[in-house]
Design a protein around this ligand. Structure first.
Ligand code: AMP
Ligand code: ZN
Length: 120
């Protein structure tokens, strides 16, 4: 990990660094996936880039490959969790109105139950 890519006082940077425990589901050089502490379904996994990126709003040409990579990992996790075929939801909350509570880009993979629409 290059210097400056980890934000001090960021919960998910601390989880990626192993300073805060988590239940790992998947890891590679670019991203880390772990179980949400407050699951909103039988399956609820968070996938985060190891590099600190604040939210979807901060995705640009310099980090788009990281996000593209994460979207190749998401279906693998869904398959491993047994929800790929039946379907699931991928969510990224952004900012205040989007109800983002952790300012480090993350994608929720939620499945194992029927979803509703519109979301709350
Ligand atoms: P968001 O509200 O979209 O920013 O999502 C943040 C998610 O992180 C929530 O679903 C929380 O339940 C989850 N969360 C917060 N702290 C932890 C933790 N220590 N380990 C795992 N998940 C966490
Ligand atoms: Zn971070």
């Amino acid at each position: 990990m290059k210097e400056g890519l980890i934000a001090m006082d960021c919960l998910f940077c601390s989880i990626v660094a192993g300073d805060i425990p988590s239940t790992k589901v998947y890891e590679d050089d670019i991203c880390y996936a772990f179980r949400d502490i407050d699951p909103q379904g039988p399956v609820h996994v968070l996938v985060v880039p190891k590099q600190h990126i604040q939210s979807v709003n901060a995705v640009d040409d310099t980090n788009k490959d990281i996000v593209a990579h994460i979207f190749t990992v998401i279906p693998k996790i869904a398959e491993a969790e047994g929800i790929a075929e039946e379907g699931y939801r991928v969510v990224s909350n952004i900012g205040e109105r989007g109800q983002q509570t952790v300012p480090h880009l993350h994608f929720h993979i939620i499945g194992g139950r029927d979803m509703t629409w519109p979301p709350g």
